[in-house]
Design a protein around this ligand. Structure first.
Ligand SMILES: [Zn+2]
Length: 319
């Protein structure tokens, strides 16, 4: 394992991606709290294979944040191949959004309307459902094509930004709901995003954060092969208690936190499917084995591949 790490590092330490030539270290400093961090896991881009470079993740010994170090200066080459294509029209988006209305459920327990900000909406599946549920939606995304689609087709207020922490600090409006669906792990300074999102919540406002669960059964079994490590696009992983702590430090209390919701279930299933696909050449066999492993692990353990948490700046109770 150690040898593989070093070999990978030598192989990938040069290149045109702005990756800093890399002397492997077992220790570094936590970017969030400046305490000592130790090597946690090393992996490469198994999902998209944009590079052979091996990336190291460390875990802070104080706040427990897991983070990549060093972070490539230019992440764009690793986003080649993109996620799913943006739909060509609103009805196509609505067809996709109809399968994800469940994501509104935790929010509707606390808020029935008002101003909602989504950070990292991508094509706007959740933003579309939030608008349809009666929220006045604002969205911040890095991708100009997504921003144009959100503004022109979905019909929400859309802002382009590669640094949502800065954008949040420049805004003067406040929101009833701020949602980050699997976005925080991509952002350069997630602790600043949480701090500034907390400052932009109305009294009693709700912050929803959904992230990959680094404490999941799948990560503990698959380690560097866990699909949702998504190296190097995922830079940061908050264990549940670390997320609760950073939110608490910003005046937010936990309304609910789960690793067993519908999204987590789907991510767990995806993780097993990806793993068997990489190991077993025969399609139907790998599908069956992947499904079996998912079911066995899901039933016998209690921590799926996704974590969804809701926080509030008051000790609010469901309406
Ligand atoms: Zn730390």
């Amino acid at each position: 394992m150690q040898k593989q790490r070093e070999a990978g590092m030598d192989e990938g330490s040069s290149g045109s991606s702005g990756i800093v030539a890399n002397v492997r270290a077992d220790n570094t400093v936590c970017p969030q709290c400046k305490a000592e961090a130790t090597l946690f896991v090393s992996s490469t881009d198994l999902n998209r294979q944009t590079t052979n470079h091996t990336f190291n993740y460390f875990q802070c010994q104080a706040c427990r944040l897991v983070f990549m170090d060093p972070i490539p200066e230019d992440m764009q080459p690793f986003y080649r191949g993109g996620y799913q294509k943006i739909p060509s029209n609103l009805s196509e988006l609505r067809a996709i959004a109809a399968t994800e209305t469940y994501r509104m459920q935790p929010i509707l327990k606390y808020k029935s309307g008002g101003k909602l900000l989504e950070i990292g909406p991508w094509m706007g599946i959740f933003s579309c459902n939030a608008k349809d549920a009666g929220f006045e939606v604002t969205a911040i995304d890095i991708d100009q094509e997504c921003v144009d689609f959100l503004a022109e087709v979905v019909g929400v207020k859309a802002l382009q930004s590669s640094n949502p922490a800065n954008t949040l600090s420049q805004m003067d409006e406040t929101f009833d709901v701020i949602a980050l669906w699997h976005c925080l792990e991509h952002l350069p300074t997630p602790w600043l995003v949480i701090e500034r999102a907390a400052a932009r919540l109305k009294p009693g406002g709700v912050l929803l954060i959904a992230i990959p669960n680094i404490e999941s059964s799948e990560f503990s079994l698959l380690k560097e092969s866990w699909q949702h490590l998504d190296t190097p696009r995922h830079i940061y992983f908050y264990p549940a208690q670390s997320l609760v702590n950073i939110c608490l430090a910003n005046g937010l209390t936990t309304l609910e936190l789960t690793t067993k919701d519908k999204l987590s279930r789907s991510l767990s299933r995806g993780a097993w499917h990806a793993w068997t696909s990489s190991k077993i050449p025969i399609r139907y066999i790998r599908g069956a084995i992947g499904l079996l492993l998912y079911k066995l692990v899901w039933q016998s353990r209690n921590s799926g591949s996704g974590l969804t948490a809701l926080f509030s700046n008051t000790s609010g109770v469901p309406r």
